[in-house]
Design a protein around this ligand. Structure first.
Ligand SMILES: *Cc1c(COP(=O)(O)O)cnc(C)c1O
Length: 433
């Protein structure tokens, strides 16, 4: 069968009702599941049969939604997690342990940077950060014999750099490790990293996938393309017997397409418990059903706002990969011909003072620590998320004091531009220049 279009997968994949069954994915709001005999349940505990026994490990509602996301990304298996942070933690920790090392793009979400740089270091996992624009030689130089994974974001939050997925995948594969790509910003509607060589894809479903600011969540998808058995010595967790499951070998028992997610579920979810609730998974699915309809509008609004800002005399710089003036334009066109996302960042010419005044004047765009929502929101990192940093430190971190991040929602672009126009006009009048 030829693969269905991405829109059809958004709407239909992951759940087919039985004759007379509920049309909508049922919310199985149950922590536990009942069996007639202990032997029946024992087979599940031994991973001899698949089924449900406790919602910390698996729940039917979450599994349907995970299967949909896996289908959307073109993977072989998927799982939901309690948040995007948990998705990246699990994706990395499933193949790395104390004494191992990972190579990551330096242009990634702040939470993920801290996770890798600080928290993973405390767990004994070392890291090397590379520029998303590193040359082949620079990428190769970052690998060590104990490197177990490479990590990057397809469009980075908030830097809006675009990852050269083919180059990163080639480097990872030259060194016998998988490439993990956080695909939160473009979503599989605009970019499917597996088609470009990524092995594992992660998401903060809190963003566009949910799209309505309703539920925090995450997801992991395995491409099924990485041959763990060909690199047995690097990945003993997948290729040697698991003492906690009577010595099964994941890559043998569940195959190349099932091993990664089965191990992450049966070990990491069992032991760490970062589970998504069935209720949240239900909300997430409602978002997924319209994702292919919403993303083009986010893209249309993002581009219109970026173009407007680029022409405005009070705006010093605009970051949006699909603007022809962006250094990432060629890469953005290659990987995302239909556009990337609705997030734009821009620097006001009057620095911190102007940014502060500007934010106060916005009427439609709300001040929020959030992105990728149906409603447009804005953030000035210098006066909020990064307020402990000096102007000098902010420049070094790539978030100058006058930088504003705007996540364009689903409103009419004319109204978004009018809001920006009036706020900028008032800043100009007040002589904050
Ligand atoms: C928000 C975000 C995360 C973290 O996700 P949460 O759901 O907030 O835990 C990870 N990666 C990217 C790219 C994000 O934007």
């Amino acid at each position: 069968m030829t693969k269905q279009g991405i829109g059809t997968r958004c709407v239909q994949a992951g759940y087919t009702p039985e004759n007379g069954g509920p049309r909508q994915i049922p919310i199985i709001q149950s922590t536990t599941f009942k069996y007639d005999t202990s032997e029946d349940m024992g087979r599940l505990f031994d991973l001899e049969e698949s089924g449900y026994f406790y919602s910390r490990l698996q729940n039917p509602t979450c599994d349907h939604v995970a299967a949909k996301i896996a289908a959307m990304e073109g993977g072989t298996a998927g799982m939901l997690t309690s948040s995007g942070q948990a998705a990246n933690l699990f994706a990395i920790f499933n193949i790395c342990e104390a004494g191992d090392h990972i190579v990551a793009s330096s242009s990634i979400y702040g939470g993920t940077y801290n996770l890798i740089k600080v928290t993973m270091a405390k767990m004994g996992i070392e890291s090397t950060f590379v520029s998303p624009d590193a040359s082949e030689e620079e990428l190769d130089a970052a690998f060590r014999p104990n490197t177990k994974a490479m990590f990057g974001e397809s469009i980075a939050n908030p830097a809006l750099t675009v990852l050269d997925i083919e180059a990163f995948a080639a480097a990872a594969h030259r060194h016998g490790v998988p490439l993990i790509v956080d695909n939160t910003f473009p979503t599989p509607v605009n970019l499917r990293p597996i088609e470009w060589g990524a092995d594992i894809v992660t998401h903060s479903t809190t963003k566009y996938m949910d799209g309505h600011g309703a539920a925090v969540g995450g997801a992991i998808v395995d491409s099924g393309n990485f041959d763990w058995m060909a690199h047995r010595e690097k990945f003993p967790g997948l290729t040697s017997p698991d003492a906690s499951y009577h010595g099964i070998i994941y890559a043998q028992k569940f195959g190349q397409g099932g091993a990664f997610i089965t191990k992450a579920t049966s070990q990491l979810m069992r032991d760490l418990g970062c589970v998504q609730s069935p209720q949240s998974a239900f909300y997430l699915n409602l978002g997924l059903e319209s994702l292919h309809v919403r993303m083009p509008r986010h893209v249309e609004n993002g581009l219109a706002v970026a173009q407007f800002l680029e022409e405005h005399p009070l705006v010093a710089k605009v970051n949006y990969p699909h603007l022809p003036s962006s250094p990432y334009y060629q890469r953005a066109k290659k990987y995302m011909p239909d556009g990337g996302c609705g997030v734009v960042s821009f620097e006001l010419s009057g620095g911190r003072k102007m940014a502060e005044a500007f934010m106060k004047k916005l009427k439609l765009a709300a001040i929020e620590t959030h992105v990728a929502d149906a409603r447009t929101c804005c953030l000035n990192p210098a006066t909020s998320t990064h307020r402990q940093m000096s102007d000098e430190e902010l420049i070094q971190a790539g978030v100058p004091a006058g930088l504003v991040r705007m996540s364009c929602g689903l409103e009419d672009k004319e109204d978004l531009i009018a809001d920006l126009e009036q706020a900028l006009a008032q800043c100009g009048l007040q002589g904050t220049l």
